[in-house]
Design a binder for this molecule. Structure first.
Ligand code: COA
Length: 340
Protein backbone atom coordinates (compact mmCIF):
# COMPACT_ATOMS: atom_id res chain seq x y z
CA UNK A 1 0.00 0.00 0.00
CA UNK A 2 1.44 3.35 -1.05
CA UNK A 3 1.52 6.06 1.58
CA UNK A 4 1.89 9.82 1.15
CA UNK A 5 4.63 11.20 3.37
CA UNK A 6 5.65 14.82 3.79
CA UNK A 7 9.36 14.51 3.06
CA UNK A 8 10.36 18.16 2.92
CA UNK A 9 9.01 21.57 3.89
CA UNK A 10 10.00 25.21 3.50
CA UNK A 11 8.72 28.76 3.43
CA UNK A 12 9.84 32.15 2.27
CA UNK A 13 8.49 35.65 2.86
CA UNK A 14 9.69 39.02 1.50
CA UNK A 15 12.00 40.95 3.86
CA UNK A 16 9.86 44.06 3.95
CA UNK A 17 7.80 44.16 7.18
CA UNK A 18 4.69 46.37 7.18
CA UNK A 19 3.33 47.00 10.67
CA UNK A 20 -0.18 48.16 11.57
CA UNK A 21 1.32 51.56 12.40
CA UNK A 22 2.82 51.72 8.89
CA UNK A 23 -0.67 51.15 7.43
CA UNK A 24 -2.10 53.84 9.73
CA UNK A 25 0.17 56.32 7.92
CA UNK A 26 -1.60 55.75 4.59
CA UNK A 27 -5.19 55.05 5.66
CA UNK A 28 -7.52 55.76 8.57
CA UNK A 29 -6.89 52.75 10.77
CA UNK A 30 -5.06 51.84 13.96
CA UNK A 31 -2.98 49.08 15.50
CA UNK A 32 -5.74 48.70 18.08
CA UNK A 33 -8.53 48.15 15.49
CA UNK A 34 -6.53 45.67 13.41
CA UNK A 35 -5.23 43.71 16.42
CA UNK A 36 -8.63 43.49 18.08
CA UNK A 37 -10.53 42.38 14.94
CA UNK A 38 -7.93 40.13 13.30
CA UNK A 39 -4.98 39.47 15.63
CA UNK A 40 -2.59 40.74 12.95
CA UNK A 41 0.36 42.91 14.08
CA UNK A 42 2.39 42.96 10.88
CA UNK A 43 2.59 41.40 7.42
CA UNK A 44 5.13 41.22 4.58
CA UNK A 45 4.80 43.21 1.37
CA UNK A 46 7.37 43.03 -1.39
CA UNK A 47 9.15 46.36 -1.80
CA UNK A 48 7.32 47.70 -4.84
CA UNK A 49 3.91 47.06 -6.33
CA UNK A 50 5.31 46.03 -9.71
CA UNK A 51 8.41 43.87 -9.62
CA UNK A 52 9.39 41.57 -12.47
CA UNK A 53 11.73 39.56 -10.25
CA UNK A 54 10.07 39.12 -6.88
CA UNK A 55 6.99 37.49 -8.37
CA UNK A 56 4.62 34.95 -6.86
CA UNK A 57 6.51 32.18 -8.69
CA UNK A 58 9.77 33.52 -7.28
CA UNK A 59 8.45 33.33 -3.69
CA UNK A 60 7.27 29.79 -4.46
CA UNK A 61 10.71 29.01 -5.90
CA UNK A 62 12.50 30.16 -2.74
CA UNK A 63 10.15 28.09 -0.54
CA UNK A 64 10.59 25.11 -2.87
CA UNK A 65 14.39 25.25 -2.60
CA UNK A 66 14.06 24.84 1.16
CA UNK A 67 11.52 22.03 0.76
CA UNK A 68 13.90 20.19 -1.59
CA UNK A 69 16.79 20.70 0.82
CA UNK A 70 14.88 19.34 3.84
CA UNK A 71 13.66 16.43 1.70
CA UNK A 72 17.26 15.77 0.64
CA UNK A 73 16.15 15.77 -3.00
CA UNK A 74 17.01 17.79 -6.10
CA UNK A 75 14.70 19.39 -8.66
CA UNK A 76 15.38 16.40 -10.95
CA UNK A 77 13.70 14.10 -8.41
CA UNK A 78 10.40 16.01 -8.64
CA UNK A 79 7.95 14.43 -11.07
CA UNK A 80 4.97 16.79 -10.69
CA UNK A 81 4.27 20.34 -9.48
CA UNK A 82 1.03 21.62 -7.97
CA UNK A 83 0.98 25.38 -7.41
CA UNK A 84 -1.86 27.03 -5.51
CA UNK A 85 -2.28 30.80 -5.88
CA UNK A 86 -4.85 33.50 -6.58
CA UNK A 87 -2.17 36.02 -7.52
CA UNK A 88 -0.29 34.49 -10.45
CA UNK A 89 2.54 36.27 -12.29
CA UNK A 90 0.41 36.31 -15.46
CA UNK A 91 -3.32 36.04 -16.06
CA UNK A 92 -2.17 32.96 -17.95
CA UNK A 93 -0.12 30.76 -17.93
CA UNK A 94 -0.10 29.72 -14.29
CA UNK A 95 2.78 29.79 -11.82
CA UNK A 96 3.46 26.04 -11.93
CA UNK A 97 5.16 26.20 -15.31
CA UNK A 98 7.25 29.21 -14.27
CA UNK A 99 8.40 27.28 -11.21
CA UNK A 100 9.29 24.27 -13.37
CA UNK A 101 11.62 26.54 -15.34
CA UNK A 102 13.05 28.38 -12.31
CA UNK A 103 13.92 25.11 -10.57
CA UNK A 104 15.26 23.47 -13.72
CA UNK A 105 13.00 20.45 -13.37
CA UNK A 106 12.59 18.05 -16.26
CA UNK A 107 9.59 18.72 -18.53
CA UNK A 108 7.25 17.42 -15.83
CA UNK A 109 3.58 18.34 -15.48
CA UNK A 110 2.71 21.53 -13.62
CA UNK A 111 -0.81 22.19 -12.39
CA UNK A 112 -2.19 25.44 -10.96
CA UNK A 113 -4.93 25.32 -8.33
CA UNK A 114 -7.35 28.27 -8.11
CA UNK A 115 -9.03 27.75 -4.78
CA UNK A 116 -7.84 30.81 -2.88
CA UNK A 117 -7.64 30.28 0.90
CA UNK A 118 -8.41 26.57 0.47
CA UNK A 119 -5.82 26.29 -2.31
CA UNK A 120 -3.15 24.50 -0.32
CA UNK A 121 -5.59 21.98 1.15
CA UNK A 122 -6.98 21.30 -2.33
CA UNK A 123 -3.44 20.99 -3.73
CA UNK A 124 -2.42 18.52 -1.02
CA UNK A 125 -5.57 16.46 -1.63
CA UNK A 126 -4.83 16.25 -5.36
CA UNK A 127 -1.18 15.37 -4.71
CA UNK A 128 -2.25 12.65 -2.27
CA UNK A 129 -4.54 11.09 -4.92
CA UNK A 130 -1.68 11.00 -7.46
CA UNK A 131 0.67 9.42 -4.92
CA UNK A 132 -1.87 6.83 -3.79
CA UNK A 133 -2.62 5.92 -7.42
CA UNK A 134 1.09 5.35 -8.04
CA UNK A 135 1.18 8.05 -10.73
CA UNK A 136 3.98 10.18 -9.20
CA UNK A 137 6.67 9.62 -6.57
CA UNK A 138 7.72 13.12 -5.47
CA UNK A 139 5.27 15.99 -5.87
CA UNK A 140 6.16 19.57 -5.07
CA UNK A 141 3.11 21.22 -3.53
CA UNK A 142 3.36 25.01 -3.30
CA UNK A 143 1.16 27.81 -1.98
CA UNK A 144 2.29 31.36 -2.74
CA UNK A 145 0.76 34.82 -2.94
CA UNK A 146 1.65 38.41 -3.61
CA UNK A 147 -1.32 40.38 -2.38
CA UNK A 148 0.40 43.72 -1.91
CA UNK A 149 0.37 44.56 -5.63
CA UNK A 150 -3.41 44.65 -5.88
CA UNK A 151 -4.88 45.93 -2.61
CA UNK A 152 -6.73 49.21 -2.16
CA UNK A 153 -4.73 51.12 0.46
CA UNK A 154 -7.22 53.99 0.56
CA UNK A 155 -9.87 54.19 3.30
CA UNK A 156 -12.36 52.54 0.90
CA UNK A 157 -10.33 49.33 0.94
CA UNK A 158 -9.16 49.32 4.56
CA UNK A 159 -11.32 46.43 5.80
CA UNK A 160 -9.62 44.15 3.24
CA UNK A 161 -6.13 45.55 2.72
CA UNK A 162 -5.09 45.36 6.39
CA UNK A 163 -5.70 41.60 6.40
CA UNK A 164 -3.65 40.25 3.50
CA UNK A 165 0.10 39.69 3.14
CA UNK A 166 2.70 38.16 0.82
CA UNK A 167 4.53 34.84 1.28
CA UNK A 168 5.04 31.27 0.16
CA UNK A 169 5.29 27.76 1.56
CA UNK A 170 6.02 24.39 0.00
CA UNK A 171 6.17 20.70 0.81
CA UNK A 172 7.48 17.67 -1.02
CA UNK A 173 4.89 14.91 -0.82
CA UNK A 174 6.45 11.54 -1.55
CA UNK A 175 5.34 7.96 -2.05
CA UNK A 176 6.55 5.35 0.41
CA UNK A 177 5.79 1.75 1.31
CA UNK A 178 7.57 2.00 4.67
CA UNK A 179 5.07 0.71 7.20
CA UNK A 180 6.56 2.91 9.93
CA UNK A 181 6.17 6.08 7.88
CA UNK A 182 3.35 8.58 8.28
CA UNK A 183 0.55 9.01 5.76
CA UNK A 184 -2.31 11.23 4.71
CA UNK A 185 -5.25 9.60 6.45
CA UNK A 186 -8.22 11.63 5.23
CA UNK A 187 -9.02 14.56 2.95
CA UNK A 188 -12.15 16.45 2.02
CA UNK A 189 -12.93 19.34 -0.32
CA UNK A 190 -16.13 21.38 -0.58
CA UNK A 191 -17.53 24.34 -2.50
CA UNK A 192 -20.60 26.57 -2.60
CA UNK A 193 -20.39 28.73 -5.72
CA UNK A 194 -23.53 30.71 -5.02
CA UNK A 195 -21.33 32.87 -2.79
CA UNK A 196 -18.66 33.44 -5.45
CA UNK A 197 -19.02 37.21 -5.32
CA UNK A 198 -18.98 37.55 -1.53
CA UNK A 199 -15.17 37.36 -1.62
CA UNK A 200 -13.77 37.99 -5.06
CA UNK A 201 -11.70 40.03 -7.49
CA UNK A 202 -14.09 40.49 -10.40
CA UNK A 203 -11.82 42.09 -12.98
CA UNK A 204 -10.37 41.04 -15.36
CA UNK A 205 -12.76 38.28 -16.27
CA UNK A 206 -15.28 37.32 -18.90
CA UNK A 207 -18.20 38.50 -16.74
CA UNK A 208 -17.20 42.04 -15.77
CA UNK A 209 -14.70 42.92 -18.46
CA UNK A 210 -11.55 42.05 -20.19
CA UNK A 211 -8.32 43.90 -20.81
CA UNK A 212 -9.63 45.95 -23.73
CA UNK A 213 -11.91 47.67 -21.19
CA UNK A 214 -8.82 48.97 -19.45
CA UNK A 215 -7.68 50.55 -22.69
CA UNK A 216 -11.01 51.75 -24.09
CA UNK A 217 -13.06 52.74 -21.07
CA UNK A 218 -11.10 52.47 -17.82
CA UNK A 219 -13.40 54.97 -16.08
CA UNK A 220 -16.27 52.48 -16.27
CA UNK A 221 -14.48 50.17 -13.84
CA UNK A 222 -15.50 50.41 -10.22
CA UNK A 223 -13.17 49.82 -7.28
CA UNK A 224 -15.41 46.88 -6.34
CA UNK A 225 -14.45 45.21 -9.61
CA UNK A 226 -10.75 45.98 -9.60
CA UNK A 227 -9.87 45.42 -5.95
CA UNK A 228 -10.68 42.41 -3.79
CA UNK A 229 -14.21 42.68 -2.43
CA UNK A 230 -15.05 40.89 0.82
CA UNK A 231 -18.34 40.77 2.67
CA UNK A 232 -16.44 40.43 5.96
CA UNK A 233 -19.26 39.58 8.39
CA UNK A 234 -20.81 37.13 5.94
CA UNK A 235 -17.47 35.38 5.35
CA UNK A 236 -16.87 35.23 9.09
CA UNK A 237 -20.23 33.58 9.80
CA UNK A 238 -19.75 30.93 7.13
CA UNK A 239 -16.15 30.26 8.18
CA UNK A 240 -17.07 29.46 11.78
CA UNK A 241 -19.70 26.96 10.56
CA UNK A 242 -17.68 25.28 7.83
CA UNK A 243 -14.43 24.92 9.80
CA UNK A 244 -15.92 22.57 12.43
CA UNK A 245 -17.80 20.61 9.73
CA UNK A 246 -14.74 19.89 7.59
CA UNK A 247 -12.59 19.14 10.65
CA UNK A 248 -15.07 16.59 12.01
CA UNK A 249 -15.52 15.03 8.58
CA UNK A 250 -11.76 14.39 8.31
CA UNK A 251 -11.44 13.08 11.87
CA UNK A 252 -14.44 10.77 11.58
CA UNK A 253 -13.26 9.36 8.24
CA UNK A 254 -9.99 8.34 9.89
CA UNK A 255 -11.69 7.08 13.07
CA UNK A 256 -10.07 9.83 15.16
CA UNK A 257 -11.34 12.28 17.77
CA UNK A 258 -10.39 15.94 18.30
CA UNK A 259 -8.46 14.94 21.44
CA UNK A 260 -6.24 12.63 19.33
CA UNK A 261 -4.81 15.64 17.49
CA UNK A 262 -1.25 16.69 18.23
CA UNK A 263 -1.56 19.83 16.12
CA UNK A 264 -4.31 21.75 14.35
CA UNK A 265 -3.11 24.21 11.69
CA UNK A 266 -6.00 26.34 10.48
CA UNK A 267 -5.79 28.59 7.45
CA UNK A 268 -4.66 31.90 8.92
CA UNK A 269 -7.76 33.91 7.98
CA UNK A 270 -8.35 35.77 11.19
CA UNK A 271 -7.17 34.97 14.73
CA UNK A 272 -10.76 35.28 15.98
CA UNK A 273 -11.87 32.48 13.64
CA UNK A 274 -9.01 30.22 14.82
CA UNK A 275 -9.82 30.96 18.48
CA UNK A 276 -13.50 30.25 17.93
CA UNK A 277 -12.71 26.86 16.39
CA UNK A 278 -10.15 26.08 19.12
CA UNK A 279 -12.74 26.74 21.83
CA UNK A 280 -15.41 24.75 20.02
CA UNK A 281 -13.14 21.68 19.97
CA UNK A 282 -11.63 22.33 23.38
CA UNK A 283 -8.08 22.25 21.99
CA UNK A 284 -5.18 23.35 24.21
CA UNK A 285 -3.14 26.38 23.09
CA UNK A 286 -0.11 24.21 22.32
CA UNK A 287 -2.20 22.14 19.91
CA UNK A 288 -3.15 25.03 17.63
CA UNK A 289 -0.56 26.79 15.48
CA UNK A 290 -1.12 30.45 14.59
CA UNK A 291 1.28 32.88 12.94
CA UNK A 292 -1.20 35.34 11.44
CA UNK A 293 0.20 37.90 13.92
CA UNK A 294 3.42 38.05 11.82
CA UNK A 295 2.21 37.46 8.27
CA UNK A 296 -1.46 38.39 8.02
CA UNK A 297 -3.61 36.23 5.76
CA UNK A 298 -1.42 34.87 2.96
CA UNK A 299 -4.29 32.89 1.41
CA UNK A 300 -2.98 29.77 -0.42
CA UNK A 301 0.39 30.18 1.30
CA UNK A 302 -0.89 30.46 4.86
CA UNK A 303 -1.15 26.78 5.86
CA UNK A 304 2.05 25.95 3.97
CA UNK A 305 4.00 28.65 5.83
CA UNK A 306 2.45 27.68 9.17
CA UNK A 307 3.20 23.98 8.65
CA UNK A 308 6.78 24.75 7.69
CA UNK A 309 7.28 26.96 10.77
CA UNK A 310 5.60 24.43 13.06
CA UNK A 311 7.95 21.65 11.90
CA UNK A 312 10.98 23.97 12.03
CA UNK A 313 10.12 24.97 15.61
CA UNK A 314 9.74 21.32 16.66
CA UNK A 315 6.02 21.77 17.33
CA UNK A 316 5.17 19.10 14.75
CA UNK A 317 7.27 15.95 15.08
CA UNK A 318 7.42 12.65 13.19
CA UNK A 319 4.45 10.49 14.19
CA UNK A 320 2.26 13.45 15.20
CA UNK A 321 -1.38 13.59 14.06
CA UNK A 322 -1.90 16.91 12.29
CA UNK A 323 -5.03 18.49 10.85
CA UNK A 324 -4.96 21.24 8.21
CA UNK A 325 -8.28 23.00 7.55
CA UNK A 326 -9.24 25.97 5.42
CA UNK A 327 -12.17 28.10 4.37
CA UNK A 328 -12.26 30.91 1.85
CA UNK A 329 -13.32 32.49 -1.40
CA UNK A 330 -15.53 30.39 -3.64
CA UNK A 331 -16.77 29.61 -1.07
CA UNK A 332 -14.45 26.64 -0.74
CA UNK A 333 -13.37 24.69 2.30
CA UNK A 334 -11.64 21.43 3.16
CA UNK A 335 -9.19 19.51 5.33
CA UNK A 336 -6.18 17.24 5.21
CA UNK A 337 -5.54 14.94 8.17
CA UNK A 338 -2.13 13.29 8.27
CA UNK A 339 0.37 11.51 10.41
CA UNK A 340 3.69 13.32 10.04
N1 COA B 1 -9.51 50.29 10.45
C1 COA B 1 -10.41 50.96 11.15
N2 COA B 1 -11.73 50.84 10.96
C2 COA B 1 -12.16 49.99 10.02
C3 COA B 1 -11.25 49.24 9.24
C4 COA B 1 -9.87 49.41 9.49
N3 COA B 1 -8.94 48.74 8.81
N4 COA B 1 -11.96 48.48 8.40
C5 COA B 1 -13.24 48.71 8.62
N5 COA B 1 -13.37 49.64 9.59
C6 COA B 1 -14.59 50.20 10.18
C7 COA B 1 -15.77 50.10 9.25
O1 COA B 1 -15.77 51.18 8.35
C8 COA B 1 -16.92 50.13 10.22
O2 COA B 1 -17.14 51.47 10.62
P1 COA B 1 -18.64 52.00 10.87
O3 COA B 1 -19.16 51.17 12.00
O4 COA B 1 -18.40 53.43 11.22
O5 COA B 1 -19.36 51.79 9.59
C9 COA B 1 -16.39 49.39 11.43
O6 COA B 1 -14.96 49.42 11.31
C10 COA B 1 -16.84 47.95 11.50
O7 COA B 1 -16.69 47.36 10.22
P2 COA B 1 -17.05 45.87 9.94
O8 COA B 1 -16.68 45.53 8.54
O9 COA B 1 -18.45 45.58 10.40
O10 COA B 1 -16.04 45.18 10.95
P3 COA B 1 -16.00 43.69 11.42
O11 COA B 1 -16.09 43.66 12.88
O12 COA B 1 -16.87 42.80 10.62
O13 COA B 1 -14.49 43.31 11.05
C11 COA B 1 -13.33 42.04 9.42
C12 COA B 1 -14.09 43.30 9.71
C13 COA B 1 -12.95 42.02 7.96
C14 COA B 1 -12.07 42.03 10.28
C15 COA B 1 -14.21 40.83 9.80
O14 COA B 1 -15.46 40.92 9.17
C16 COA B 1 -13.60 39.55 9.43
O15 COA B 1 -12.56 39.17 9.96
N6 COA B 1 -14.24 38.77 8.55
C17 COA B 1 -13.70 37.52 8.08
C18 COA B 1 -12.69 37.85 7.08
C19 COA B 1 -11.84 36.72 6.74
O16 COA B 1 -11.52 35.89 7.54
N7 COA B 1 -11.45 36.70 5.48
C20 COA B 1 -10.62 35.76 4.97
C21 COA B 1 -11.44 34.62 4.55
S1 COA B 1 -10.48 33.39 4.06
Amino acid sequence: MLKSIIKGFGHYVPNNIVTNDDLAKVMTTSDEWITERTGIKERRHRKSRVDAEETTSYLGYKASLKALETANLTAKDIDFIIFATLSPDYYFPGCGVVLQELLGCDTIGALDVRNQCSGFVYAMSVANAFIKAGTYKNILVVGAEIHSFGLDFSDAGRSVSVIFGDGAGAVVLSATEDENAGDILAVNMHSEGKYAEELAVKFPGTKYGWSDQLVKNPDALTTQEVYPYMNGNFVFKHAVTRFPETMMEALEKAGKKPEDLDMFIPHQANLRISQFVQQRFGLLDEKVFNNIQKYGNTTAASIAIALSEAIEQGKVKRGDLVLLSAFGSGFTWGSVLFEY
